[in-house]
Design a binder for this molecule. Structure first.
Ligand code: C5P
Length: 411
């Protein structure tokens, strides 16, 4: 589920005649799954690439076609005006070069053209076309004209194109389109101009080429914080251990495997970060002697194996003792006992500004769970009382970001 504020939105989807139109039933389903309502305006060319009946069946509403612009079927209800007024966001996906031109020119000769001209809600265009058409100065000029009016034109993805070319022109995934829609719909950009570094997921410490020590951190909280911070306008860098989650769109992603990788990535991003949020479950130890060959089972039955471990760098500790006073450092404390005491002592020891503590011993909470309950403690100098957030990872992510926003220094 997306953040609470993104649910129940009214999405007006314009589908034009790019081959990627065949992907729009999946896109529509993704919005419906999030509790959104969807209306579809389908161009005539679009209707030759995706079935109007398939879309209508999914949204359980009629699909609006070009013929509706001039039809008197609807009596005094003028579809392009009523649809535009209804929508919280107008999303055009896929957007052909021609529809981009129509939007830029204010050409209202089709239903979609008239909707784009009449709609005052945020408009987001997802161009998808042959890479040469996308690179053409005429297309670039149209995209720039739309952006200069405050609309968003999202760069297509790169890869193999249906026309046989390889390059920029693919429609982004449904998840990425949803991400961009939430970004546009989040009006309150309280993190605008802030650089936020988030670490997430587990780390892996290899013992030999085929075995490692790790932990069950899923990375979900960190990824939710990274997404939410970006929706709220932050410039986000996500440093992640192996998490098997989709990288949120619009976020700079750095993959890390071991604690030392994560340390190096954090240290290079640190000078340029305003807020550092350390959700990663970093391995405290690694093997002292990595075995370059696979360790064999001992010949004697019951033979034991002893691995000597040495400490990894404590990244949060190092950042805490290096950071500028204006940088906000947020730590996490996954505890199995004495949650409050451990959280407060972590603030002091690591020089954190804020710590989000949770009791991982509570059944159904913490690691790899979709549900979480977190108590946020502030460093003493802020004089703030602790706050508790529970619910899905999104609720927890927004609660943590609200808590950080409360102590962010002004510019
Ligand atoms: O000391 P403890 O591991 O409980 O502290 C947890 C916090 O410290 C988390 O925010 C975690 O990301 C961070 N940490 C770290 N480097 C380590 C261990 C923990 O940055 N080696």
């Amino acid at each position: 589920m997306p953040p609470q504020w993104a649910r129940d939105k009214k999405i007006l989807l314009g589908v034009s005649g790019g081959i990627a139109a065949y992907k729009t039933p999946e896109l529509v389903r993704a919005w419906l799954k999030q509790g959104c309502e969807v209306e579809v305006v389908l161009t005539d060319m679009g209707a030759s690439l995706v079935s109007p009946l398939a879309l209508a069946t999914l949204i359980k509403r009629r699909v609006w076609r070009d013929k509706d612009l001039k039809s008197d079927d609807m009596g005094w209800t003028i579809p392009h005006i009523s649809l535009s007024a209804w929508a919280d966001a107008l999303v055009v996906a896929p957007c052909t070069a021609n529809v981009l031109r129509m939007a830029a020119a204010g050409d209202s000769s089709t239903l979609l053209g008239a909707v784009m001209l009449a709609c005052e809600a945020p408009q987001i265009f997802f161009p998808a076309m042959n890479s040469r058409m996308w690179a053409h100065p005429a297309t670039k000029t149209n995209a720039a004209a739309l952006m200069s009016r405050g609309h968003r034109v999202v760069d297509p993805d790169s890869g193999p194109l249906a026309c046989g070319y390889e390059g920029k022109g693919r429609l982004p995934s449904a998840e990425a389109i949803l991400d961009e829609t939430w970004y546009s719909l989040r009006a309150d950009k309280d993190y605008a101009g802030r650089k936020v570094l988030v670490t997430a997921g587990p780390t892996r410490e290899y013992v030999d080429p085929v075995r490692y020590m790790s932990n069950p951190s899923s990375g979900k909280t960190g990824y939710a914080i990274a997404s939410e911070a970006r929706y709220r306008g932050a410039d986000v860098t996500l440093v992640s251990g192996p998490a098997h989650l989709r990288v949120p769109s619009g976020v700079t992603f750095i993959a890390a495997e071991s604690a030392r990788d994560m340390h190096d990535a954090c240290m290079s991003a640190l000078p340029d970060s305003d807020v550092i949020i350390k959700t990663a479950a970093v391995s405290d130890y690694r093997v002292k002697q990595f075995s370059p060959q696979k360790i064999k089972r001992g010949a004697a039955s019951g033979a034991s194996l002893t691995l000597e471990l040495e400490q990894n760098p404590d990244i949060a500790f190092e950042i805490g003792h290096r950071k500028r006073p204006s940088q906000i450092l947020v730590g996490f404390a996954a505890e199995t006992q004495n949650v409050r005491e451990n959280a407060i002592s972590k603030i002091e020891r690591k020089n954190l500004d804020l710590v989000a503590a949770n009791d991982v011993a509570t059944p159904g909470s913490g690691f790899a769970s979709d549900f979480n309950s977190v108590e946020v403690f502030f460093a003493q100098q802020y004089g703030m009382t602790p706050r508790t957030f529970s619910g899905g990872k999104w609720e927890v992510a927004s609660g943590i970001l609200d808590s950080i926003a409360a102590i962010l220094p002004g510019r």
